[in-house]
Design a protein around this ligand. Structure first.
Ligand SMILES: Cc1cc2nc3c(=O)[nH]c(=O)nc-3n(C[C@H](O)[C@H](O)[C@H](O)COP(=O)(O)OP(=O)(O)OC[C@H]3O[C@@H](n4cnc5c(N)ncnc54)[C@H](O)[C@@H]3O)c2cc1C
Length: 377
């Protein structure tokens, strides 16, 4: 049976990941919000290292350690630092404990996203989990957003009439792309990852540069470890990342990585390959819409800033809307000013990110003629 339901809201947020939930929580006191995510529940994802500056946002929104009713044990571990083999075979230790904002957190990503979703529900935000955006029409100063439930059993369509849209749908930027905004990709980086029980004594994160890319490993709650390899898809045999056996065959050639995989392959989960390239939208804001988080700009995971940026973007929108409330149709001068300020903010973050990325990749000179490094130097 298929059924159509009409919803009227002030702001519709497409994507209930980190950016979408933080934006929803920060805006909930002022606006009527509907948040939509194609996934019924969060899934396991790579990306666990949360920058210390995020603590400021948690404080402002009474989240995580600042949420007095919460047991954080299963949500994150304190990151003890990073051992880095980058630019030389000698280990370089980066101690995270001296950061004035506090420590880096190694998240259980699925549990963290679940926690953010639960908080949006508690805040009374209208949540449509398991609903995918499929059509966006702008008419008479309002957006008409159609979504469909993702399950075959229950085909329900929601038509959401909204004054303002926030695209928080991640790297795919489904809303922005559906209205014709171009997405630019600056490289082709991919990451393949596995998860396994952690038996090691050394609990620091590890980063290792290699001729064809770089390795990363970190521990996460519940005695688990993740290991990933970042490379360009044309540089490795296309079967390398197809299944666990081929990945392990490749990984075990690297002595430092082999040391971290001291368990039977029966205990290892092969998680597959994801895009990890630097991309951005041509415009992060337009007619009564903006894009935040990965939907606006996505980073190379080397930066470890994607989640913090997603949260910070959510907060930026709230602050900007407090200053210039363009949610309801207002005169075009205000709307233009809002879009100009937000676009400048995103451009500044992007420039800053590109400079840092260049600096990091330039610090590795051992394989200058290898295509992976030559493309990035
Ligand atoms: C290999 C790798 C490692 C990383 N490591 C780190 C790290 O250590 N630290 C860090 O800070 N960052 C890391 N990142 C980056 C981080 O994961 C992202 O920056 C972060 O997930 C961005 O959050 P977001 O909410 O903007 O997007 P997402 O997390 O992608 O959320 C988007 C949401 O939108 C939903 N959605 C998508 N399309 C639709 C649609 N059509 N309709 C409805 N819903 C939709 C999705 O289901 C999802 O829930 C890493 C990324 C990669 C690829």
């Amino acid at each position: 049976m298929s059924q159509e339901t009409n919803i009227d809201t002030e702001i519709v947020i497409i994507g209930g990941g980190i950016a979408g939930c933080i934006a929803a929580i920060s805006l909930a006191n002022k606006y009527k919000i509907t948040i939509v995510d194609k996934l019924l529940k969060p899934i396991d994802r790579i990306g666990e290292s949360l920058a210390p500056a995020s603590q400021r946002i948690f404080r402002e929104l009474d989240l995580l350690d600042n949420d007095t009713n919460l047991n954080t044990e299963n949500l994150y571990l304190k990151n003890l630092g990073m051992q880095s083999y980058w630019g030389s075979n000698q280990v370089h230790l980066v101690d995270h404990l001296k950061n004035p904002d506090g420590f880096v957190r190694n998240l259980d990503r699925k549990a963290f996203e679940n926690y953010l979703r639960e908080t949006t529900v508690k805040k009374g935000i209208h949540c449509l989990w398991g609903n995918k955006l499929y059509k966006s029409i702008y008419k008479d100063n309002r957006w008409r957003i159609s979504t469909k439930t993702n399950t075959v059993k229950n085909r329900e369509t929601f038509v959401i009439n909204a004054d303002f849209v926030i695209d928080a749908s991640g790297r795919q930027a489904h809303f922005a792309k559906s209205i014709g905004i171009k997405r630019m990709a600056f490289d082709n980086l991919i990451a393949c990852w596995i998860a396994l029980p952690d038996n090691s004594e050394n609990k620091m994160s590890t980063i290792i540069a290699d001729e064809f890319g770089w390795w990363y490993s970190a521990i996460i709650p519940n005695n688990k470890r993740i290991i990933s390899f970042q490379t360009d898809p044309d540089l490795i045999d296309k079967n390398t990342f197809k299944n666990l056996d081929s990945f392990l065959h490749f990984a075990n050639k690297h002595p430092k990585i082999q040391k971290l995989i001291q368990t039977s392959s029966n205990n290892i989960e092969f998680k597959g390959t994801v895009s990890a390239n630097s991309t951005r939208l041509e415009n992060p804001a337009g007619n009564q819409w903006i894009a935040i988080g990965d939907a606006a700009i996505s980073f190379d995971p080397l930066s470890s800033q994607g989640m913090f940026n997603a949260m910070a973007n959510g907060m930026q929108v709230q602050k900007l809307l407090n200053k210039l409330d363009v949610v309801k149709p207002v005169n075009t001068k205000y709307r233009k000013e809002f879009n100009t300020i937000y676009t400048h903010q995103i451009n500044d973050i992007w420039e800053h990110y590109l400079n840092h990325k260049k600096l990091f990749y330039n610090a590795e000179n051992r394989w200058k003629s290898s295509p992976f490094w030559a493309r990035r130097l």
